[in-house]
Design a protein around this ligand. Structure first.
Ligand code: KG4
Ligand code: ZN
Length: 338
């Protein structure tokens, strides 16, 4: 079965053809980052306009790269939630247009479910149930993946997402948006013990994250240094900050793994590309006898292969939509699991 996946929830217009859920025949991503970085973050209206301009060319490129035509596609999977509403509606409307004219099934895919599915592409042996940490620009979740289409969120961020924290710290120390990858590169050259940043105290759920205190602490440090005319060492701040993020992420996730008895852990989302995060989880999982799955770097950030992959499992679970499908800006994984 061949599924065309379409993703437009934020600042990447993406299309992909995936065969039988995991065989990626094409994966085309048109990034808008060069334009958004002029503003230090994603400007929703610009994102919607660029999706509208790019989507036809991106879908056609994905079909061409897969050496297939729309007639050979069995269904269209599209991200419908969560995300920027104007951006989501471009992908949804385009997908509906294909389904209206061809009669093919329309599969609505949850963006976070798509990130989780990215690991199935790389690891054919990964099967639910398992625990998954999803860390992206908009989300930080610890999720029990009960089945391919059923989830239980056990921990979430109370404020900033992990990627958002990377991006805000990056901007403070002088990197372009989105700065996660620049922090990653700078951290390799820095001293991770140069600065001591705080770990958050989160009351209530012991698996919930908080990143705003850490972000504020780095911002205050940098402002103080600037006022005193001290030189900002980007590498040392990056290394110390990244080490703290890794400790927070591994601390909460390993606690959840221990309490739920999980022996398999997956990490997904844009921040799972971070080299420090990857090695911290490799070490923790080795020490705790947990099997770890990490996505290939090209499937960490937003892409449509993960949407087509999850679309395959949603289709098998008969989760298709009519042509009145709407976009939803905020929608928890728990709500689609009922
Ligand atoms: O999953 P994603 O592409 O989009 C969302 O669904 O939000 O994640 C984007 C986030 C950005 O915050 C970006 O800075 C971060 O992932 N990111 C990284 C790295 N590569 C991307 N953060 C840390 N280290 C990286 N190497
Ligand atoms: Zn994403």
């Amino acid at each position: 079965m061949k599924i065309l996946g379409i993703e437009s929830s934020c600042d990447e217009t993406a299309a992909s053809v995936v065969k039988d859920g995991i065989h990626v025949l094409s994966n085309v991503v048109a990034s808008q980052i060069d334009e958004h970085k002029l503003y230090g973050g994603v400007v929703p209206e610009i994102a919607s306009r660029r999706h509208a301009e790019n989507i036809d060319r991106v879908v056609k490129a994905a079909l061409k790269e897969a050496q297939t035509s729309i007639d050979d596609i069995d269904a269209v999977a599209v991200t419908y939630a969560p995300g920027l509403i104007g951006a989501l509606l471009v992908g949804i409307s385009y997908a509906k247009g294909i389904c209206l004219s061809t009669g093919k099934p329309l599969i609505p895919v949850h963006h976070i479910a798509g990130h989780i599915a990215a690991n199935y592409i790389t690891h054919e042996d990964l099967k639910p149930p398992y625990l998954c940490l999803v860390i992206s620009g908009g989300h930080s979740h610890i999720v029990e993946v009960l089945d391919y289409t059923k989830y239980r969120v056990v921990g979430r961020t109370r404020d900033d997402a992990a990627g958002e924290c990377f991006d805000k710290v990056a901007r403070t120390i002088g990197f372009f948006y989105p700065g996660g990858k620049y922090i990653d590169e700078a951290a390799l050259k820095g001293d991770e013990n140069a600065y001591k940043f705080p770990h958050p105290k989160v009351t209530g759920s012991k698996y919930d994250f908080s990143f705003s205190g850490l972000k504020t602490s780095v911002i205050n440090l940098v402002h103080n240094m600037r006022q005193k005319g001290e030189e900002i060492n980007q590498s040392d701040i990056s290394a110390s900050f990244q080490k703290t993020v890794c400790e927070i992420l591994t601390g909460k996730t390993m606690l959840a793994a221990n309490d739920t008895g999980a022996k398999v852990l997956a990490v997904a989302g844009g921040v799972s590309a971070n080299s420090g995060v990857r090695s911290a989880f490799e070490q923790q999982c080795r020490e705790n006898g947990i099997k770890l799955y990490l996505p290939e770097l090209k499937y960490c950030g937003d892409n449509a292969a993960m949407i087509a992959c999850q679309g395959f499992f949603d289709f098998k679970a008969e989760k298709t939509a009519a042509l009145d499908l709407n976009g939803i800006a905020t929608l928890s994984l728990d709500e689609i699991s009922v």
